[in-house]
Design a protein around this ligand. Structure first.
Ligand SMILES: NC(=O)C1=CN([C@@H]2O[C@H](COP(=O)(O)OP(=O)(O)OC[C@H]3O[C@@H](n4cnc5c(N)ncnc54)[C@H](OP(=O)(O)O)[C@@H]3O)[C@@H](O)[C@H]2O)C=CC1
Ligand SMILES: O=C(CO)[C@H](O)[C@H](O)COP(=O)(O)O
Length: 477
């Protein structure tokens, strides 16, 4: 076996197969392998003419077909299957070889694997890949972590096959060990928030205007020509206008209202709780999926009284514009919170993550690609240390222009009994973060009362406790 392949892909389901084709179409010689050989055979039978593939039935032959330093992309199910493949690879590799896990791994697993492979003299690159199967084939957004040295070898190839926006690759080095998978996890959390916000906008237009899916699809298609232009708005417009062939009804009207999840949104929220970062939009979006699947509770909840009377919007165009502005503002909050989480994790794990660069590589290829990511990149270019995206002058003005509409929509939704967890929590965050004074003073007083947990004062330095059950004197703790 001649070791001539420049890169290898093991795991040839939808993602791995298309990534391998993408490498081949860019002129790389690609070694391909899958646990069950049938997928390898079908890749070669269907697409072997697209480039130079080197198929192998065994992992040993696959590794032997790769030129040194070997670059092996693992694209299998996250968790145990990824560990199984790594364990099979380790004895076959040599010092300096690079193992790339491009699946949706949980970042603590990536940190653990990176440390273990480093001990064997191997580079381990946990990389986020977004864009689904179409992106994998035609150019995904790629978020590689691991050592900088490995990026010297790998970066040019990954940048080559990534999506390009204005000629700029949607791939850059993110940071050491698990940084790449962390950023992909937050990307998916923002994806959850974005999807929930769009779903709430749909629900509001349906409830407020009695609009059909087709009409709402047309509204979304119109929105996609402005500031809200994004992949998710575009596909939602398409999905809403799709008709079910069997019933002739709008497709969304026959789809069960129970949203599933594979886990990346949940991981994002769990990590935010650990870091103490309020990512309320993402959390509400994740819980909204959970509520949609809470069948016994939803069945029991049907007895709860509904709002009396019909929601009667009088000015259709003004209402649509209000929903658009509320959606835009809520979306900025979701991104602002996601970038806060990235900053907090960078601090916690010692990653040097350039948030502007993350926004730049999300402009194309990925599920959350959107026109306004250009504005986020610019905001972090203006101030790389920006502590609140909402406080960047561009976003302060853009969200400020929509805040009255946002308030109208959230209050009307509440008055008419339409659940808008992501719209409402985003507005509550906006009001919370801009408040001169929050009611946390009352919480601190309560904590000191029942548990002697102490408090600080606004008028002097120090930590204090009041003798609540005694003479109520205060002393420094
Ligand atoms: N689908 C998507 O849109 C996206 C997926 N991802 C991530 O990419 C990765 C691949 O996703 P996808 O292409 O959808 O495929 P799946 O997640 O469905 O995984 C199927 C692949 O995993 C292999 N596999 C499963 N168990 C083992 C094992 N124990 N040992 C070796 N191989 C195993 C299968 O081999 P076999 O054929 O032999 O069963 C097959 O090649 C996942 O981590 C996923 O989370 C990332 C972005 C988008
Ligand atoms: O990573 C992705 C895109 O970026 C996947 O599409 C993701 O798996 C979707 O997540 P979920 O199934 O939880 O909605």
């Amino acid at each position: 076996m001649t070791a001539r392949a420049q890169i290898g892909v093991t795991g040839l389901a939808v993602m791995g197969r298309n990534l391998a084709r993408n490498f081949a179409r860019h002129g790389y010689t690609v070694a391909v392998h899958n646990r069950s050989y049938a997928k390898t055979e079908s890749l070669i039978a269907d697409h072997g003419d697209e480039g130079d593939f080197v198929p192998s039935e065994t992992m040993a032959d696959f590794v032997a077909s790769l030129a040194r330093p070997r670059k092996v992309v693992i694209m299998v199910k996250a968790g145990g299957p990824t560990d199984a493949v790594i364990d099979e690879l380790i004895p076959l590799l040599d010092e300096g070889d690079i193992v790339i896990d491009a699946g949706n791994a949980h970042f603590p697993d990536t940190r653990r694997r990176e440390e273990a492979l480093r001990a064997h003299g191997l580079h381990f690159v946990g990389t986020g890949v977004s864009g689904g199967e179409e992106g994998a084939l035609n150019g995904p957004s790629i978020m590689p972590g691991g050592s900088r040295e490995s990026y010297e070898w790998l970066g040019p190839i990954l940048e080559d096959i990534s999506a390009k926006v204005d000629g700029v690759p949607c791939c850059t080095y993110v940071g050491s060990d698990g940084a790449g998978h962390f950023v992909k996890m937050v990307h998916n959390g923002i994806e959850y928030a974005d999807m929930q916000l769009i779903a709430e906008a749909y629900d509001l237009l349906k409830a407020g205007l009695g609009a059909s899916a087709q009409e709402i699809g047309e509204i979304f298609a119109e929105w996609n020509k402005g500031d809200l232009e994004s992949f998710l708005i575009e596909i939602t417009a398409d999905v809403l206008q799709h008709v079910d062939a069997e019933t002739g009804k709008a497709f969304v009207d026959i789809v069960l209202d129970r949203a599933e999840q594979k886990g990346t949104g949940r991981w994002t929220v769990q990590n935010a709780l650990d870091l103490g970062v309020p990512i309320t939009g993402i959390a509400e979006a994740t819980f909204a999926r959970a509520l949609s699947g809470s069948t016994p509770q939803r069945e029991a909840g049907r007895v709860l009284p509904a709002v009396a009377g019909e929601w009667n919007v009088t000015d259709r165009d003004a209402f649509i514009e209000d929903v658009r502005l509320a959606l835009y503002s809520s979306k900025v909050v979701a991104y602002s919170q996601g970038f806060d989480q990235i900053a907090a994790a960078a601090e916690e794990f010692g990653w040097d993550i350039d948030r502007g660069a993350m926004a730049r590589i999300w402009r194309g290829g990925c599920i959350i690609r959107a026109r306004f990511l250009n504005r986020i990149t610019e905001a972090y270019e203006r101030n790389p240390e920006l502590s609140l995206l909402l406080a960047d002058p561009y976003f302060t003005e853009a969200v400020g222009n929509g805040v009255a509409a946002w308030r109208r929509i959230v209050s009307q939704a509440a008055l008419n009994g339409v659940p808008t967890p992501a719209f409402s929590s985003s507005l509550a965050y906006y009001d919370g973060v801009r408040a001169e004074r929050l009611p946390a003073n009352v919480i601190q007083a309560q904590r000191d009362f029942f548990g002697a947990h102490t408090y600080q004062r606004v008028d002097k330095a120090g930590v204090f406790h009041t003798e609540w059950s005694g003479d109520r004197t205060e002393h420094e703790a």
